[in-house]
Write a protein that binds this ligand. Sequence first.
Ligand SMILES: Cc1ncc(COP(=O)(O)O)c(C=O)c1O
Length: 372
Amino acid sequence: MSAVNASLKLPLRADLAGMEPYGAPQLDVAVTINVNENPYPVPEPVIEAITQAVREVAGGLNRYPDRDFPALRGALADYLAGESGVKVPPEWIWAANGSNEVMHHLFTAFGGPGHPALSSSPTYSMYPEYARNTLTELFDVPRREDFSVDVPALLAEVKRLRPALLVLASPNNPTGTHLPQDDIHEILAETRETGPDGAATVVVIDEAYGEFRRDGVPSALELLADNQHLVVSRTMSKAFAMAGLRLGYLAAHPEVATKLMIVRLPYHLSAVTQAAALAALSKADLLQAQVARMRVTRDHMVATLRGMGLTVAESDTNFVFFGKFKDRQKIWQDLLDRGVLIRSVGPDGWLRASVGTEEETERFLSALKEVI
Ligand SMILES: Cc1ncc(COP(=O)(O)O)c(C=O)c1O
């Protein structure tokens, strides 16, 4: 083997020079509540079902998987019908390795040079990365002080910019707040012809935390039937306790999936992923048994933090966003020194903690009491 040439340069794209890979710290500590996972381990019957399903496909791994995974799309459609009451045919579903990849497909197909995207910060920190990777210019209309979306300002920017994509997380990360259905309705009514060259602006409502919404908060899925330019994105990573599976999906009129098929890499969803996801969906009730419990813990966290005199945003998610600290980095570090890993993200002064098990949550709350 030839010696490594220290002066060799790699032809990295100029706009990527000096950038660091994205990712929250993965540290081995007692209480890990920094990435909004479901803290409960996968129940034994689900492990059994997944093991059996993977065993069944293992012998056929010499063949490429089904590119269009109709069985999985049907099972996801059935799941959504049960969860939100909105029934869509399997062709209205698209899936990929995490909703991260679903979003990447959307940006690849609809974004790109001359096809800008628009979002509303503070919001999920991966949106700028999807945009950067796909050479899409991303614009921002900052949220109001209470983290609500400034719809008039957003629509004014839509008219000016003619964006191909408008991406809004609801409930939002890191704030935990949801977008009222009337706002989504108004946005959809105003974006039918506001994209490049008179096309629609594709409105993506990222419902990664949809299952945690409080009673009475509707899903944007209810608006799908009347809006061909609406995409509702979901994931099995959060409520479903399947972050390690990497399965995200969307529901939209079938032309959306048809367009995304152009840009997906061939056979992007492995046969193992498809089999494991189908098995997990067959046990959805068991996997989601903890969601109600997590909502209770979430409300307890919000009330306790408010009781400690902190400002806490309303939460329709499995995390709480709280502040305001003069030096949030110090609080974050002091908690870490006590074996509790949370996330320092979003506007300065605020911190985010995910719902843990009851025991983890108490450890977090008492450590926080100590450090503030
Ligand atoms: C708003 C939002 N969307 C999408 C994702 C990505 O989820 P996935 O694991 O499905 O890629 C996250 C993960 O934290 C998120 O917070």
